[in-house]
Ligand binder design. Structure first.
Ligand code: EPU
Length: 421
């Protein structure tokens, strides 16, 4: 089991990257599929499961409710029986994706308890859209000492209009509506590939969902579901991280199993920057013949450029030719890693939800700190374009989302050593 301990990633410049790297299953899909297993008893087998810490947390959460789980490389097996629909605060606070059990448990058991950090204030916390959507289907929520408690006399289909295409709210409402009576329509739904993966998993279980991957999802409620096996889609954020690495270090790499069709917009942006990217037989081929050119980038819900790509894109812009303006439209304040890039010699100024990135020829090695999964990965990738040694001090964030970032980059010819401290 991967445990998040403090790790120092020590990076020294090396030549261009060369070779093939296998892209694993998507963190933001597998966690939701695992949450969905609570909807029917039986034994589920998930393939292409990444060996990341967040999967361990979700296993523990399911076990705390009565499930049994077992893992072998790339596979997780989950047996659901006699569940108690209570997700304890101590586990939920470790991982926001734990909130994905809310809809499934409520839909199946007509009651749920979910610990959430700062639970008393849940009306103003960013699961308000999850709760409002579930209320439209007939749920009632009350605040508890450490979270929220939900009940219903039985969910009934209805029309849910999301004020914003929230990934988590779409998933919770989608899962809850599968066992509701009648038809549910989710308008302004999120359309991310992970939502389509969840819908196809649920349909295998016996759900009747259409329209996933578009902004209108329709669900015809069913009475019962059954356990299934499923292969998780590849991780598009991991893929984009490695593309940025090629853009910074140069070289030519095949991202085995990566799905170009899930990443068309970010591939287009990176293409404008000078990366050559094309779909391969089973993956994506990428090469960086020259120094990158700057472009402007705005993060948007899918099919726009995902906010999770942004730290790696900013790292890429930091060493590109010219000036790029990056606008964050999803998460206020998701620019904490910029100070760390500046410590490495980047020329970046932030103003509200904008960052103005003036590319420099080379960064300089420094000791910097990672504040979240994507920021940590971006700093490691940025260090590939730095003179001298960089140490990225990471308090267990990177292993939450990347099975072996240092090993993968090293196998491609980079010089990255991960030291547990
Ligand atoms: N929001 C609300 N109220 C809600 C729900 C969301 O105000 O009820 C706001 C959020 O605060 C945020 C915006 O809406 O400003 C978007 O949030 P969304 O619900 O779409 O995000 P999420 O479901 O919490 C998932 C991914 C994130 C990714 C976002 C956006 C998982 C586990 N997480 O989060 O991934 O950034 O979608 O694409 O699927 C990561 O993997 O590192 C990560 C943070």
């Amino acid at each position: 089991m991967i445990e998040p301990s403090t790790t120092h990633y020590v990076i020294n410049a090396a030549g261009p990257l060369q070779g093939t790297v296998a892209i694993g299953g998507a963190k933001n899909s597998v966690l939701k599929l695992m949450a969905a297993t609570t909807m029917a008893d039986g034994t589920y087998t998930l393939y292409n499961v990444p060996n990341i810490h967040d999967v361990s947390v979700m296993c523990r959460l399911l076990e705390s409710m009565g499930a049994t789980t077992s893992r072998r490389p790339g596979v997780v097996e989950i047996t659901i029986a006699d569940l108690e629909p209570v997700a304890p605060f101590a586990l939920v606070e470790q991982m926001r994706a734990s909130t994905a059990v809310l809809g499934p448990l409520l839909g199946r058991f007509n009651r749920v308890e979910l610990g959430i950090p700062g639970g008393d204030d849940f009306g103003h916390r960013p699961i308000d859209m999850h709760l409002t959507g579930l209320e439209t289907l007939g749920a009632s929520f009350t605040a508890t000492a450490d979270g929220v408690s939900g009940t219903t006399d039985g969910l009934v289909g209805g029309t849910v209009r999301l004020a914003f295409p929230s990934v988590g709210a779409t998933e919770n409402i989608l899962m809850a509506s599968v066992l509701a009576k009648g038809t549910t329509t989710i308008r302004n739904a999120a359309a991310e590939p992970e939502i389509s993966d969840l819908a196809s998993f649920l349909n295998k279980m016996g759900a009747r969902i259409s329209g996933s991957g578009t902004s209108t999802i329709t669900v015809e409620g069913v009475d019962a579901l059954e356990a299934v096996t499923h292969r998780v889609i590849p991780d598009r954020i991991q893929s984009a991280t490695y593309m940025a690495a090629v853009g910074i270090a140069g070289g030519e790499v095949v991202l085995e199993h990566a799905r170009y069709d899930h990443m068309a917009m970010v591939c287009q942006k990176m293409g404008e920057m000078g990366l050559r990217i094309s779909p391969d037989r089973d993956g994506i081929w990428v090469s960086a013949p020259d120094r990158m050119r700057s472009v402007d980038i705005s993060t948007l819900p899918y099919p726009g450029v995902a906010t999770d790509y942004k730290p790696a894109l900013v790292a890429l812009l930091a060493v590109a030719d010219g000036t790029g303006i990056v606008t964050e439209n999803l998460f206020a304040g998701r620019f904490r890693y910029v100070d760390e890039l500046v410590a490495m010699g980047a020329n970046i100024r932030t103003d509200g939800n904008h960052a103005i990135v003036r590319g420099v020829e080379r960064l300089q090695g420094a000791t910097v700190t990672s504040h979240d999964i994507r920021a940590g990965a971006a700093l490691i990738v940025a260090a590939l374009g730095a003179d001298g040694e960089t140490t990225v001090v990471d308090e267990g964030h990177v292993v939450r989302g990347y099975p072996d970032l240092a090993g993968d980059l090293t196998a491609l010819g980079a010089n990255v050593v991960a030291r547990a401290v």
